[in-house]
Ligand binder design. Structure first.
Ligand code: NDP
Length: 481
């Protein structure tokens, strides 16, 4: 069966699909490896055309009433929900993720963001600051042209999470998807246009890292929002800093999940599964270091192995499939290298292993020591490390002994301990008796090397706007001479 997913054209600039003038970009369906679309990268001139179109269109968009901007975003969310099945299928072809995931997680959470920020836009106001006669008022202004750069694990969600707050605040955006998953952002551009977005406000350019680098340093770009690895984040942050651009960096992690011996074992095992194997483990906030208190460690491992063995691996378009392929052969090879390192370092394989072809099964290592490579480095695949611990203080200290700080989790029935541990963990998000839930209502982002800035929630508004102070003099000006 052929799975063609050829878009109208590779790029979307100034309200129109246009073909890229740069290098060829073949899009593969990760399950079969077949080419499902042939795209072309944007040339340097086309990147400049996109930012110029965004710059030209942005002032009129920012001058609309916020409720009018919000109406467009909310209309786009409705279109996404109406086309849910078709969009989920395309997301599965682009990423290889099971259709049972893409139906509920990817575009639906993108639609949530468009609804949330569409509704929030008219509520954003400034302050009035009395000075006894004179007074000050503040205006929250758009930044101008924002660059969005995404990775491949949640391509359409990432495009929506960046576009929704940016557009709500009156900015224009030029978005570059990952070269691995370029299709969803083009759908978003078409949907936003259908919802009434003016030409030039949301543009899509395709390409590898060099296109992203050209976008980041374009003189018209005022802000860069990247979802990607820590290494790329450092490069992009430095490039953006050269001209004092604003940044949001959503980067990687090696997050801890701490399970105390009073926790519900079934819930904790379920959370560890969701925290490591959903989307074949390709999730930045995954709790890949699972610290389990020594008293329940054997039961935890037994139950984990039993439940992991039941996973249905296979065709991602089959509704019954729970675990799909890895996004690309290169990424699968990196994950297999990590598994080999774990074995070479003496960690004990409880289940899974390197797998075959595009598939890496849910893999669990026990007897992992903190210093092992697999416990220190982000693998970005379905590989869990389980580590035993004795005391709360020890678990917290070991959980925090990482340069990353995206997320963390704690499972316990002790209310005070749950809050105490959540408070002590160095992470942008800490879950108590839950894991990997990232509703649009809650801020999301990292501390330490995992990033800067927050997506989602009202907090995101601050990252897509700037404050202007207007001082109003009400008295005669008294100059000294
Ligand atoms: P990369 O950092 O390699 O790429 C991210 C994006 O940046 C891609 O679109 C890439 O283009 C682009 N890019 C690469 N180099 C540059 C550059 N010099 N200037 C501008 N753009 C550039 O990450 P991966 O795609 O490999 O994604 C995996 C990483 O993303 C993991 O570390 C993961 O933890 C992190 N991640 C973080 C999330 C979060 O919210 N915190 C969510 C999801 C993933 P291209 O790839 O097309 O060459």
């Amino acid at each position: 069966m052929s799975h063609s997913a050829q878009p109208t054209a590779s790029l979307y600039i100034d309200g129109a699909f246009v073909e890229g003038a740069g290098a060829e970009l073949a899009v593969h369906y990760p399950y079969t490896g077949e080419v499902i679309a042939n795209l072309r990268e944007a040339s340097a001139e086309q990147v400049a055309q996109a930012t110029a179109a965004a710059q030209a269109a942005q002032p009129a968009w920012a001058a609309l009433r916020p409720v009018e901007r919000g109406r467009v975003l909310i209309a786009a969310a409705r279109i996404i929900r109406e086309r849910g099945e078709e969009l989920a299928r395309l997301e599965t072809l682009d990423t290889g993720k099971p259709i049972q995931e893409t139906r509920v997680a990817d575009w639906p959470s993108g639609a949530d963001a468009l609804e949330y920020f569409g509704g929030l836009a008219p509520t954003v106001t400034g302050q009035s600051i009395p000075l006894g006669g004179d007074f000050v008022y503040t205006i929250r202004e758009a930044l101008g042209v924002c660059a969005g750069i995404g990775t491949w694990n949640y391509p359409s969600q990432i495009a929506c999470w960046k576009a929704a707050p940016a557009l709500a605040m009156g900015n224009a955006m030029v978005f570059k998807p990952s070269e691995e998953t370029p299709l969803g952002a083009l759908q978003l551009a078409a949907i936003l246009a259908e919802a009434g977005l003016p030409a030039g406000i949301f543009n899509v350019v395709q390409g590898r890292g060099a296109v992203g680098a050209a976008l980041v340093t374009d003189p018209r770009v005022a802000k860069v929002s990247l979802t990607g690895s820590v290494g790329t984040g450092k490069r992009v942050y430095a490039a953006a800093a050269a001209d004092m651009r604003h940044v949001t960096m959503e980067l990687g992690g090696k997050s801890p999940l701490i399970v105390f011996d009073d926790a519900s074992l079934e819930d904790a095992v379920g959370a560890a599964i969701l925290a490591n194997f959903y989307s074949s483990g390709q999730i930045c906030s995954n709790g890949t270091r699972v610290f389990v208190q020594n008293g329940i460690l054997p039961q935890f491992l037994d139950r984990l192995a039993e439940r992991a063995a039941r996973v249905r691996i296979g065709d991602p378009l089959d509704e019954a499939t729970q675990h799909g392929p890895i996004v690309s052969p290169a990424q699968a090879a990196r994950i297999r290298e990590a598994i080999a390192k774990g074995q070479a370092e003496g960690a004990r394989l409880i289940c899974g292993g390197p797998g075959e072809g595009a598939f890496v099964p849910p893999t669990v290592f026990a007897d992992v020591a903190d210093g092992m490579w697999i416990a220190r480095e982000e693998i970005f695949g379905p590989v869990m490390s389980v580590l035993g611990f004795a005391t709360e203080a020890e678990a917290i200290a070991r959980a925090n002994a990482t340069p990353y700080g995206l997320a963390a989790g704690v499972f316990t029935r002790d209310l005070a301990r749950g809050h105490r541990v959540a408070g002590a963990l160095q992470a942008g998000t800490a879950w108590i008796n839950a894991y990997n839930l990232t509703p649009v209502e809650a801020p999301f982002g990292g501390v330490k090397l995992s990033g800067i800035g927050r997506e989602n929630s009202a907090a995101a508004i601050e990252h897509y706007s700037q404050l202007k102070t207007v001082y109003v003099g009400m008295s005669p000006v008294e100059a000294p001479y």
